[in-house]
Design a protein around this ligand. Structure first.
Ligand SMILES: [Zn+2]
Length: 485
């Protein structure tokens, strides 16, 4: 059986989840659901990056004496938010768990035995927000471009990983595999960065009572990035990952540092790294000081989980920057999910139920019917092609087009006036609505399940889409999939 393994970044716990974190979770959830529907043995991993010095500061600020206690409280908030958003992750990893620490120690051991770790003095600029040394060329007016703060000049005795040793191998791998880093713009950027020359990277910091002690020197802890990346190896039987979904700000760690680490440890490389863009919220840059980081729990309560997921896929082309606007979310919900799909589903099933009680058989297959049947098959093929290119927004556009065609077909048949058209109007419109529901299943899982269950189509395989799979005689029980807000 073919398998599919997808990961989100793991997040710092100095803050609660915001709509910014919803983005990668939603993308991975959709990919995982799509691959499960396609019959692949799928694993979807997300979790938390807890061993950061930020955790210590945040615990102190929150007045919680034990850092671990603080971490446990925060983890509960993250887990409950993701549960509310009905993500289908198969595991939730916390880097303070022993199962993670033990994989980190094994990994470190491999790299150390390879001779790729040495002691040295690092002198450079360190951004506390990034928890990483930064290059002078990355600064904007002397500030870290992400954290808008100047980095600190730091001189430390640390342990280093010989990343420079793997420069040519990393570059070669990226150049030989055009789809390894997506989108192409990000790939070019990474290639240019490597060509400027890679420095060895510090992989330990002075011990601070938190984090994973360096196995060879108890006065040091493992640098949080070295530790965090290793979380991806947790589901051993699924490695290598098919896709690491990451924000563009952390693409370098994944495309360069992580690859160098894996080459050193002689572990197979992941198959792809998909970097998504940044988005503004209601037209403004998301920031703590502006207080515009929207709580996903609020959004889920107001608009429903499916509307949020749909919006994420539909509004922002994957890989590009975009805007998360509540107004647009509402607009998409009302015009596309309610007025188009839900309307088609409800009107065709309720009209059919009133007249026939169950799905009637088609009477004739005329030109209009043939056209519609061809459109159903074409849409399935197009959706397959588009999702494989991560063009989810285009895939959803095609599904909505099919739904519009279904509505138009029903409208044109005027079955409420022309009784002789009623069988065909209902049979074909219900089948279009069912196809839309199945094709939408990776993106709006809850509404799709409601729709398909009501037609007695339970856990349909993806391959059913594109056909007239709701058979005559199926009892009709109309349900409203979305409500206008
Ligand atoms: Zn920074």
């Amino acid at each position: 059986m073919e398998s599919f393994y997808v990961t989100t970044p793991i997040f710092y716990i100095n803050d609660v989840p915001s709509v910014g974190h919803v983005y990668p979770l939603t993308i991975c959830d959709g990919l995982a659901r799509l691959n499960r529907l396609r019959g692949k043995k799928t694993f979807f991993l997300t979790g938390l990056d807890e061993n950061s010095v930020k955790t210590i500061a945040a615990a102190k600020k929150a007045g919680v004496e034990s850092v671990q206690e603080y971490a446990d409280e925060m983890a509960e908030k993250w887990v409950s938010t993701w549960r509310k958003l009905e993500y289908s992750n198969d595991d939730f990893i916390r880097t303070t768990q022993e199962r993670h620490k033990s994989v980190v120690r094994d990994f470190f051991d491999k790299v150390y035995k390879k001779g790729d770790i040495y002691k040295g003095v690092y002198e450079g600029l360190y951004c506390e927000g990034c928890e990483a040394f930064v290059r002078e060329s990355d600064l904007e007016d002397g500030n870290c471009a992400l954290h808008l703060k100047p980095p600190k000049a730091l001189k430390e005795q640390n342990y280093f990983f010989k990343l420079s040793k793997y420069q040519e191998q990393i570059l070669e791998h990226i150049e030989k595999n055009p789809l390894f880093i997506q989108p192409a713009s990000r790939r070019r950027e990474i290639i240019n960065f490597i060509k400027e020359g890679l420095d060895d990277t510090s992989i330990s910091r002075p011990a601070n009572g938190w984090g994973i002690p360096l196995p060879i020197d108890e006065k040091q802890v493992i640098w949080v990035w070295f530790d965090a990346l290793i979380n991806y190896l947790q589901p051993k039987e699924f490695w290598p990952a098919d896709a690491h979904v990451v924000g563009k700000d952390i693409a370098r760690f994944h495309c360069i540092t992580w690859i160098g680490m894996l080459l050193s440890a002689a572990i197979e490389l992941p198959k792809s790294i998909l970097a998504h863009g940044f988005f503004t919220v209601n037209g403004q840059k998301m920031s703590k000081s502006l207080g515009n980081a929207i709580d996903p729990n609020y959004l889920a309560g107001k608009y429903g989980v499916d509307a949020i997921k749909y919006f994420v896929f539909r509004e922002i082309p994957f890989g590009e920057d975009g805007d998360f606007s509540e107004k647009e979310l509402k607009n998409r919900l009302n015009t596309e999910l309610v007025a188009n799909w839900s309307n088609l589903f409800y009107r065709s099933t309720s009209f059919g139920q009133k007249l026939f009680g169950k799905l009637p058989g088609p009477k004739a297959e005329g030109g209009e019917e043939k056209k519609l049947v061809a459109k159903i098959a074409l849409t399935k093929a197009q959706v397959d092609e588009l999702v494989d290119k991560n063009e989810f927004h285009h895939a959803l556009e095609k599904i909505m087009e099919l739904s519009s065609e279904g509505n138009k077909f029903f409208q044109d048949k005027k079955p409420w006036e022309l009784r002789e058209n009623a069988e065909d109007a209902v049979f074909y419109a219900v089948n279009v609505a069912a196809n839309v529901s199945l094709l939408m299943a990776p993106f709006t899982p809850s509404a799709s399940k409601t729709a398909l269950d009501s037609l007695g189509v339970v856990n349909p395989p993806w391959g059913l889409a594109g056909t007239l799979f709701v058979k005559p005689g199926t009892p009709l029980a109309p349900v409203m999939l979305f409500k206008k807000i």
